[in-house]
Design a protein around this ligand. Structure first.
Ligand code: F6P
Length: 366
């Protein structure tokens, strides 16, 4: 029987549990044995009880739980070769030669690197006498399949990452709460939302709540943004608006790549417009909590597809990442998706914002 491992890695995202549940149950339904790796790559490096066989019943109730029940970590030791050697040994000892990873682009790139190194790693383990040639014989290749779990919706080649719609829903709900108190006192609120290099959460929250102004990294405001923002907000106030909402993505910058912070925006609203202004940083409230229906559905369909991708894989197939494009669950080459994702970050760093935006537009038009 084939043994398939599943783990979650990097920042948790609502829907990760749905993905684990789907992988476990689909593996069993396909007559494979299913294993979870606890605490992300850390569990792979430590081995032993951190790699646990799962039965059908073990994932009961997972769909309605937030976070990731099997744990996650940003593991340093896996980044070094000795850590990956230990991980390869633990996998061979458990008889696992396929890994499905639900995480962000960094976690998925690490997995593909592991796959590339795999033959060298097992050869070294035999050379050192840690494993015998017979033990490694059935484990010539490693299969890797990626599932994108991230609230930021920051991977190219997919319309949505697992978690992004839950997070967006939470942000909108929070802005609605803030709206009520802002309206009451005629106040302004500057709300910081997550999204390190990606403005999707901020932009969509702005659209969904009718915010007055939004700052995102891919499309920084004009050099004259202080004036422009104050002008627009004053217009809104002149039209009779009793409240002001400005949404700032965590990674917001100006055209010279200087950070635009909520306190800079607050000072402007206070000093230039005389608005009584407060800052709210939504923080990890955006990341925790249960998954919305969309993320439960997405993680379930994608988890099932990931198992199929493992069973279809040949040593020549590049590692796939499971995406959703125009409402269809599809497989795309993992490294290609990561490369496109990095191109956006590179364009921002090069201050080529037209390119950053056109790359983002192309993602959604694909
Ligand atoms: O990658 C998701 C994310 O939510 C980012 O938007 C944010 O910068 C980061 O995680 C914060 O992660 P942590 O608090 O776990 O370091």
């Amino acid at each position: 029987k084939r043994r398939i491992g599943v783990m979650t890695s990097g920042g948790d995202a609502p829907g990760m549990n749905g993905a684990v549940r789907a992988v476990v149950r689909m593996s069993i339904a396909q007559n494979c044995e299913s294993y979870v790796i606890l605490e992300g790559y850390e569990g792979l490096v430590q081995g032993g009880d951190m790699i646990k066989e799962m039965g059908w019943e073990d994932v009961r109730g997972y769909l309605s739980e937030g976070g990731t029940l099997i744990g996650t970590a940003r593991c340093k030791s896996f980044m070094e070769r000795p850590g990956r050697l230990a991980a390869a040994k633990n996998m061979v000892l458990k008889g696992i030669d396929a890994l499905i990873i639900c995480g962000g682009d960094g976690s998925l790139t690490g997995a593909d690197k592991f796959r590339g190194e795999w033959p060298g790693l097992v050869a070294e383990l035999v050379e050192k006498g840690d494993l015998t040639a017979e033990q490694v014989e059935p484990f010539k290749h490693l299969n890797i399949v990626g599932l994108v779990g991230s609230i930021d919706n920051d991977l190219s080649m997919t319309d949505a990452t697992i978690g992004c719609y839950s997070s967006l829903g939470r942000i909108c709900e929070s802005v609605d709460y803030i709206d009520a108190t802002a309206f009451s006192h005629q106040r302004a609120f500057v709300i910081e939302v997550m999204g390190r290099h990606c403005g999707w959460l901020a932009l969509m929250a702005g659209v969904s709540t009718g915010a007055d102004f939004v700052f995102i990294p891919e499309n920084p405001p004009s050099d004259d943004w202080e004036k422009e923002m104050c002008h627009i907000i004053k217009q809104h106030r002149d039209m009779g608006k009793r409240k002001t909402i400005v949404i700032v993505a965590e990674g917001a910058i100006d055209r010279s790549l200087n950070k635009i912070t909520p306190s800079m925006v607050k000072d402007l609203l206070t000093n230039q417009l005389g608005l009584d202004t407060r800052i709210t940083t939504l923080g990890h409230v955006q990341r925790g909590g249960t998954a919305c229906a969309y993320d439960r559905m997405l993680s379930t369909l994608q988890g099932a597809e990931a198992v199929k991708a493992v069973l279809d894989a040949t040593p020549e197939t590049p590692s796939p990442v499971i995406c959703i494009l125009e409402n269809k669950i599809v497989r795309r080459p993992l490294l290609e998706a990561v490369k496109q994702t990095h191109e956006v970050a590179e364009a921002i760093e090069a201050k080529d914002f037209d390119r950053a935006m056109s790359l983002r537009d192309a993602e959604f038009a694909e």
